[in-house]
Design a protein around this ligand. Structure first.
Ligand code: GAL
Length: 419
């Protein structure tokens, strides 16, 4: 009996020893992993590098190819990606916004559904239900969310505001009186960089929110609010007036370059998503303040970056592991503090985040959430493109009536507005 017991113990030990290397399968992973994104600016690049490090800790033998196509909001990347997917040359995993943006990549044809992975990783328990709803397209999950970004933030130079005895404007009327005071001092009141063609549309989201409120704004993207509404006319007129307070070189600058005005103390306010927080950090600039844009208090204009896996990924297992890291606590804690976003997961350690991001995490819990069309959450990509182009044109034309009619037509083309 004792002899059998001994054998049993020896065999069990052998079995356990055999299982250890299996448990550390990551150490054995090798080959390549091509990750496609548009994260090249300060903050974005550091965040991505952080997540690469989290991956490398688990899979040191895998060589990561950082396939980026520069251009904020995916201006250039999305077209390159579509060509690669249809041409049968997909990257192993790619960045896509949570929401209707995924429709552009014909998921049923080109992407692997990830419902099994969501189940095995337990993500449905650690992701907010609103985000899970946003991620489901045609009833399935196609991508793994890494963060939540806020689009409607007004960044300001604390130094400029203090030196001029001003406080951040809460209403559009206050915005214009603050802007006048700053202009008189030779400071650019409202900083803009709209070189890439999406930025005016981005800022206009905040103006629409500030004019129509959460409910009215949401309705613009679902057909409940008409684009012919008098409040849209009002928002366009407000935006037109705001544009008279911008830097003259706005068309030559991208979003991050415009932020330099704040760093230099030459500009006072900029409306941009909270990737600007990541960029400021990368520039070691700490003297910035943040506030909701006029009329935006209590409303969180949300979007989420996520990673998808194409069918026929050359390094499928490595890509699967990338998705696991993307959805993990460790991955998100390595990525978000640098990226200027909060975790998509609800269990990240807040102590890792700076004061702005901690405030964003609190707002995310209590604010009214509305989706961003420029960043893929609210509408299909063809509507995003039209909306961006219409608003880019508005910056130079200033034609309110024509712009409003074009916005209405774009909604109709998308099949959302009836007339
Ligand atoms: C957004 C994206 C952010 C940030 C920004 C500027 O579309 O969700 O992560 O990269 O563009 O490039």
């Amino acid at each position: 009996m004792l002899r059998y017991m001994r054998w049993f113990i020896v065999l069990s030990l052998l079995l356990i020893l055999r299982m250890i290397p299996t448990g550390r399968a990551g150490a054995a992973a090798s080959g390549k992993l091509e990750i496609f994104s548009w994260w090249t600016a300060g903050g974005e690049a550091e965040g991505l590098a952080g997540m690469f490090s989290a991956y490398k800790r688990l899979y040191p033998g895998v060589e990561i190819l950082n396939a980026t196509v520069a251009g904020g909001a995916g201006t250039n990347a999305k077209a390159v990606l579509a060509t690669r997917l249809t041409g049968g040359d997909p990257p192993d995993s790619f960045q896509v916004h949570a929401g209707l943006e995924v429709q552009k990549y014909e998921p049923a044809r080109f992407l692997e559904p990830l419902d099994e992975l969501f189940k095995s990783e337990g993500w449905e328990k650690v992701l907010p239900s609103g985000l899970l709803t946003l991620l489901r397209y045609q009833g399935r999950f196609w991508s793994v969310p890494v963060n939540i970004h806020r689009a409607n933030v007004m960044w300001y130079s604390k130094k400029v505001f203090a030196a001029n005895n001003l406080t951040p404007p809460k209403t559009f009327a206050e915005f214009f009186s603050v802007a006048e005071a700053l202009k008189a001092k030779g400071i650019v009141p409202f900083v803009l960089g709209d070189k890439e063609g999406w930025e005016a549309a981005h800022v206009f989201e905040a103006v629409l929110i500030g004019t129509l409120g959460a409910e009215g704004y949401r309705g613009l993207w679902t057909g409940k609010t008409l684009w012919t509404d008098a409040r849209v006319t009002q928002a366009l007129n407000t935006f037109k007036r705001m544009l008279t307070y911008t830097n003259t070189d706005h068309a030559a600058l991208v979003w991050s370059e415009a932020g330099q005005y704040l760093i230099d103390g030459k500009g006072a306010m900029q409306i941009m998503g909270d990737w600007q927080d990541g960029w400021f950090q990368s520039k070691k600039y700490a003297d910035y303040g943040w506030a909701p844009p006029p009329g935006n208090a209590g409303i969180f204009d949300a979007l989420s970056d996520s990673f998808a896996m194409p069918k026929g990924a050359k390094n499928r297992q490595n890509a699967l592991n990338w998705l696991k890291v993307s959805g993990s606590k460790a991955g998100q804690e390595a990525f978000n503090p640098k990226k200027g976003s909060i975790c998509a997961r609800t269990d990240c350690n807040q102590a890792l985040f700076n004061a702005y991001l901690q405030s964003a995490a609190r707002d995310w819990q209590k604010d009214a959430l509305v989706p961003s069309p420029v960043h893929g959450a609210a509408v299909i990509e063809s509507w995003t493109t039209k909306y961006n182009n219409i608003m880019a044109l508005f910056v130079t034309s200033g034609d309110v009536a024509k712009t409003q009619a074009a916005l209405q037509a774009a909604c109709k083309d998308a099949g959302v507005c009836k007339q």
